[in-house]
Design a binder for this molecule. Structure first.
Ligand code: G3I
Length: 334
C-alpha cells in the first residue's frame, strides 16, 4: 500500500498534517513521508514569532519551512489574525492603554509584512483570519472578539489586503470550526458564508474558506450536510481547504489518548474521517485535506477537552489506526 501523500497526488488532492517541532525531529519519516502539505501547529503564530516586542524568534517557523522544502511539501501558513496565542506584550499593552487602536493597526500591519515577507513565495495558503464567529448566535462577526473590540471589525478585511500585498502569490483563507454543520445545525455555516460573500463582493482578497473539521463522535456528524456545505462555498467561487480534521472520542480520563471507553467510537471514528475525505474528493474546489496532528502522542485534544482524546489517525506509539487505513482505502478507490 502506498502513502497517503502518494495516493493523494494521484488524484491531485494534497494530504496534510499540522506538525509540532517534535513531529519534525522525532518522527520525520512519517511527517515527511505521508503528507504533501504541512502546517505549523504553533510555529507561525504571533506569540511564537515575536515573543518580545521587536524581538523575533523564527526557530520553529524556519524549521517547518526547511523541513517542507527537504521533503517537497507545500506549506499552509497559520495564522495571522486570531484572538488566541497573541504575544503577552501586545495584549498587556492594549489592556493598559499603552498601545492605542491606531498603534494596534500599525503593529498588525508590521507583523503581516514581516512574516509574509520572510516566507514570501514559500507559503501556498495562509489562514489570514481565524475563528471570528461564535457557535451560540452567529448572526455576524463576534462583537466581543478581542480584535473586534480593540481594533474594530474593519481590521479583518484590512488584514487580507495587507497579506495580499505582502505575498501576492499566496491563497488567502478565512478559517473557522463548525462551519460545515459539525454541531448538527447550519447557523454558523450560513453566517460565515454570508460574511465571506459580502467581503468578496466588496473586493477583499479572500480566496478560500478553511473548515477546521474538528469532529467529536458524540456530535452526530452528518456527511451529506458536510458535503453540501462544501458545495455551497464552492458555488460562489471559493476554494476550500479541510484544515484541521480530527475526530475525538471519550476515553479513560486517566490516560486520555488510549482506547476509547465508548466502544461505538471505534467504528464512528474511521467512518467520520472517511466521510470527510470522500466529501473532499467529491468536491473539486477542495484543494487540500489536512489533519490537525497525525499522532495521538501530541494531539491538542486532551489539553482542551479533559476526558477526550484518541482523535488522530496514528496512536500514541505512532502506529496507524483503523482511521488511517480507511483514508488510505478511500484514496485508493478514488
Ligand atoms: O510553549 C509552551 C511551553 O513553554 C509550556 O511549557 C507549556 C506548558 O503548558 O505550554 C506551551 O504552550 C502550549 C502551546 O500549545 C505549545 O505547545 C500551550 O499551553 C497550549 O495551549 C497550546 O495549544 C495550542 C492551541 O492551538 C492553543 O489554542 C495547540 O498546540 C494547537 O494545536 C492549537 O491549534 C488550534 C488552531 O491553531 C486553531 N484551531 C483550533 C486548534 C486546536 O485548539
Amino acid at each position: 500500500p502506498q502513502s497517503l501523500r502518494a495516493l493523494g497526488t494521484l488524484i491531485n488532492l494534497p494530504i496534510g498534517s499540522a506538525l509540532t517541532p517534535q513531529d519534525i525531529t522525532q518522527w520525520a519519516s512519517i511527517s515527511g513521508g505521508q503528507f504533501s502539505v504541512v502546517t505549523g501547529a504553533n510555529a507561525m503564530k504571533w506569540e511564537t514569532v515575536e515573543p518580545a516586542r521587536g524581538t523575533y524568534d523564527w526557530t520553529d517557523a524556519d524549521q517547518l519551512v526547511a523541513f517542507a522544502k527537504a521533503n517537497h511539501q507545500l506549506v499552509r501558513g497559520h495564522t495571522l489574525l486570531w484572538h488566541n496565542q497573541l504575544p503577552a506584550w501586545l495584549t498587556a499593552g492594549v489592556a493598559a492603554g499603552t498601545i492605542t487602536k491606531t498603534q494596534l493597526w500599525g503593529l498588525l500591519e508590521k507583523h503581516i509584512f514581516t512574516e509574509l515577507g520572510r516566507y514570501r513565495g514559500k507559503i501556498w495558503q495562509w489562514d489570514v483570519a481565524n475563528e471570528f464567529f461564535t457557535d451560540a448566535n452567529p448572526s455576524g462577526v463576534n462583537p466581543n472578539d478581542w480584535w473586534v473590540v480593540n481594533a474594530g471589525e474593519g481590521i479583518i478585511a484590512q488584514a487580507f489586503k495587507w497579506a495580499h500585498q505582502a505575498d501576492p502569490g499566496a491563497l488567502l483563507f478565512y478559517n473557522d470550526y463548525n462551519v460545515t454543520g459539525e454541531d448538527g445545525t447550519n447557523a454558523k455555516h450560513d453566517a460565515v458564508f454570508d460574511w465571506v460573500k459580502k467581503q468578496r463582493d466588496a473586493g477583499v482578497p479572500i480566496h478560500g474558506v478553511g473548515t477546521q473539521a474538528h469532529l467529536d463522535t458524540q456530535y452526530g456528524f452528518d456527511p451529506q450536510r458536510f458535503q453540501q456545505d462544501l458545495e455551497h462555498y464552492a458555488s460562489i467561487g471559493l476554494k476550500i481547504a479541510i484544515t484541521e480534521a480530527d475526530v475525538r472520542t471519550f476515553v479513560e480520563t486517566t490516560d486520555s489518548n488510549q482506547t476509547p471507553t465508548d466502544s461505538l467510537a471505534q467504528f464512528a471514528q474511521p467512518f467520520e474521517y472517511s466521510a470527510m475525505l470522500q466529501a473532499a474528493i467529491s468536491v473539486p474546489e477542495v484543494i487540500s485535506f489536512t489533519v490537525w496532528g497525525w499522532t495521538d502522542a501530541d494531539s491538542w485534544v486532551p489539553g482542551t477537552f479533559p476526558g477526550e482524546g484518541y482523535a488522530c489517525i496514528y496512536d500514541v506509539n505512532q502506529q496507524p489506526k483503523q482511521a488511517y487505513f480507511t483514508l488510505q482505502k478511500d484514496l485508493e478507490l478514488a
